[in-house]
Write a protein that binds this ligand. Structure first.
Ligand code: HEC
Length: 148
């Protein structure tokens, strides 16, 4: 049939419109959370500070601001190293390689707490929930340097 009736046109347009809305809504729901979305809690960062004082500052310096045997974990150089990657990359790397004098000794819970502390030191805001100590959940959080 060559002729489209008015009713068909309208229902076709409605379907198209619904497809667009669904696409936009779904797209929005999948917008990535970033380190600026409040992805750790104050309490967790506080626990992380204790872990860092015990296991990290010997090399990375007080407040992880650079020491004799380890780089700064605060500021542009550090942030640039991990920018535009999921936080899981940083997490996995820390769990596998740090502390450099005893790799593999950091529990995932402590690693997440130290990362929370590092985010706090880099002026990223705290939120209500703890940063998860688990690869899959962290892979959904983007490490972004610039504050949005
Ligand atoms: C024995 C010394 C030492 C200790 C202890 C140590 N680190 Fe490191 N860390 C280093 C060195 C050296 C590097 C640089 C290694 C490299 O770039 O490959 C580094 C690099 C890092 C980086 C990457 C820095 C960047 O700019 O990308 C992170 C994150 C990190 N350490 C976290 C930690 C945490 C968290 C702890 C405590 C649980 C810790 N480190 C304990 C020596 C140490």
């Amino acid at each position: 049939m060559r002729q489209l009736t008015g009713a068909r046109l309208v229902s076709g347009a409605a379907l198209l419109w619904m497809a667009c809305v669904t696409f936009v809504v779904a797209g929005h729901a999948q917008a990535p959370r970033t380190v600026w979305s409040g992805v750790y809690s104050e309490a967790q960062a506080y626990r992380g500070e204790k872990v860092a004082d015990k296991s990290c500052i010997g090399c990375h310096g007080p407040r992880l601001d650079g020491g004799d045997s380890g780089p700064k974990l605060v500021g542009d150089m550090f942030l640039a190293n991990w920018s535009s990657q999921p936080v899981s990359e940083l997490f996995d790397w820390v769990v596998e390689t740090m502390p450099a004098d005893a790799p593999g000794t950091l529990s995932k819970e402590d690693a997440a707490a130290v990362l929370a502390y590092i985010l706090q030191l880099n002026k990223m805001p705290a939120g209500r929930e703890d940063l998860p100590g688990e690869h899959d959940a962290l892979s959904k959080i983007e490490f972004v340097v610039e504050k949005p």
